[in-house]
Every structure is written in C-alpha cells, then in structure tokens.
Design a binder for this molecule. Sequence first.
Ligand code: AMP
Ligand code: MG
Length: 407
Amino acid sequence: MHSVEEALEAVRKAASKIRPEVRVLPLEDAFGRVLVSDVEMDHDMPPFDRATMDGFALRVADAEPGATLDVAGVIAAGDAPGFELPEGAAARIMTGAPVPPDADFVVPFEWTTHTDDTVTIDEMHPGPNIAKRGSLRQADEVVGDVGQPLTAAAIGALAAAGAAEVEVAVRPRVAILGTGSELVSIDEVPGPGSIRNSNAYSLGAQVTRVGGAPLDLGFATDDEERLRGKVHQGLAGDVLLLSGGVSQGDFDLVPKVLAEEGVKEIFHRWAVQPGGPLWFGAKGDTLVFGLPGNPAATFVGFELLVVPAIRAYLGLPVRSRPTVRARYTGRMGGPAKRRRFRPVALSTDDAGQLVADPLVWRGSGDPFVFTSADGLVVLPENTEPAEGEPVLEVIPVSDASWLWGRA
Ligand code: AMP
Ligand code: MG
C-alpha cells in the first residue's frame, strides 16, 4: 500500500512527459492561467527619471536647510522631459513627472515653506524621491517567466510591459464519471436505495478551481458494458476522474474495465483515510484516477493527488500541497496505520497562533462536512496520540479567500 509520498512520486513520474498545450489569449482573458513563454519588457520602466513625490526638483547641493531658491517653473505628469533648471533654482514638480536632467533630488512640499516664486528648505531627509529610468525593469528584461501564475498582480505587470496577448497553457480537459447503480441525477428525489450523484458537482467545481475544464460524463451503472462505453469517452480527455467502484465489493468493476480499455494500473490503494482504495493509472498522456465514491473520500483524493497532477498540464511542477502549522484542538486518536485527513476550521488565538478546530466527523459518507472547512488537518500514521494540543500540519482548501467572515 502506497504512502502519500510514494503516491505523489508515482503521479510525478507518470506526468513527467506531459507538456502544456499552448494557446494565445488576450491579456484580459488570461487571469488564472499560467505563462508558457517569457514576457519581456518592451521599454525601460520607468521610461524617464520620474518624480515619486510632489515637491521641488533641485540640485541636492543647493538644498541646505534654511536655503531659499527661486522657483523656475512647474512640471506636471505628462510633460515632456528636458526642463532646463537654471543654476541655484528649483522647479515645482508633480508625482509621475519627468525630473529635469540637471536635478538630482525632489524635496517634498512637506519639508518646505513656499510661495509661487520661492521655496525655503525647512528640513532634509534621505531621498532622492526619483525613480531613475530603467530602475524597475530595463527593456528586454523578463517581467513574467515560464510557469508564472497569472494572478491579478501579474496581469498588471504584463500590462505595464505592453503584453496585450500572452501564451498560456490550455486548460486540461478533465472528464468526470460517476459510477454506481445506486446513483440518480440531482434533479431526482432518491428512492429507496438510491443516492444523488453529488460527487460530479464537487469534482466539477474543484476542477474549475485549479484551472481545468470539467466535462461531466454523468454516471454509469455497475455494469461492465455501460462503464466501458463511458470510460472510452472519458479517455479522450487529458484526465479522467471516476468516483466509486474501486473497493472490494462484488460490483466494484472500475479497475477491471479500465485495464480492458488499456489503462495501465500504477497503484491501487494508499495509506490514507478517507479514501484508501484510490486507484491511479495512465493511458498515454491521459491520467486516470479512480476515486472512492464516498463524498469525503472523493474530495480528499482530489485535493491531495489530482490537484498536483493537474498542475502538470499547466506547466507547473507536481508537488504536494503547501501546509500551514496550527494548534489542533481535537483528539488525534490512533495510532492508526493510515494517514488521516480531517476537516478543520482555522482561526487565530490571542497569542497570534493559528488554531485548527475539528469539525464533527461523521465518516466519509458525509457530503456536508467540508462546507465549513478551511483546511484538512494531517493526523500522522503510526504515531501515538500526542498529549495536549499538538501543532500539526493543515492543508488549506478554502476555495475563495476573499469570502471570509460569513454573516
Ligand atoms: P463505492 O466507492 O462505489 O463503494 O461507493 C461508496 C459510497 O459512496 C456509495 O455507497 C455511495 O453512497 C457513495 N457514492 C458513490 N458514488 C457517489 C457519487 N457520485 N456521489 C455521491 N455519493 C456517491
Ligand atoms: Mg459503487
């Protein structure tokens, strides 16, 4: 049975030949994508010596506290560079305006007493309050390199570089297939023995969140023929996600049908709870994940293993999720053979330490518990339960960091 690390290594190996498909997009449509080619600055930034404060441009040698200088003119943002500064004079200058070639300092208004015609220096502090031409980036310098995630800030940087179009990774197409004769679609009220196909929806949202393009294939009953048809369809995508049908039950047909469809098994089962029977394989460049059907198992399997895999199609390294460390107020239980992942709510205590409070765990069949989860606490395997409140790793899984503090 694979450890989490071995499983991730297997995914990394299977994904090692995957190269992102390239697409050119207008910059305004590229938010959330990943650059696949370098973007260089097309000019020096700033393009001229630029005042960073409103004040007086002058020669610093003339700016002894107590000195009074004539004001030779006004330079506004948008004026052309080249203002000629007479000896011993100052020019009123506005933030963003070009500094006269003879000036080497901008004294902010707040350090002076001034009239329309003269300025007296009251105090001096370190400066020079000038951003020299090219001091932020020079022409041809890289402003966004391969693998740069296009966050709002990165989009702004590329806009400053004049990159109206950018080359980004195509969203991987991720087919999603539910399996199980008990499944009904969500617009039906489940009769006796039935359950709604909720996993297709959580998975679809999870795929969208990591920059994939979900393709919902609906669900197949536990019937080899039907399953085979849907699997065949799903293998046309970059990634195929199945939920259910990978355990030991009489009707858990997924591994068999996948093998018959030419998908090579890489591992089956890992030392994780929930979701131990997870199946992973590949056919060509298509990665296939058989996620156990219980909603918590599907959710956790996706977060731990499918997220890193999807990164490969975006041109990002396959890596484990970053964690934070938090004081865990729940019971550790154990020692357990498998690494357990449990939903927690995160907050900060009075001392500024991150605290992870457990959410009530009702087993992996609970499709509701993750609704209030900020993260998954990692309860290590083969470890005696710690005394008190141990500091443990937590994987943040919040979808939308700006939606904090619900009413
Ligand atoms: P399985 O992994 O096929 O043994 O499924 C385990 C349990 O997960 C089933 O008994 C269902 O209750 C539940 N389940 C399976 N597939 C889904 C699905 N697509 N959506 C919601 N629950 C499911
Ligand atoms: Mg099943």
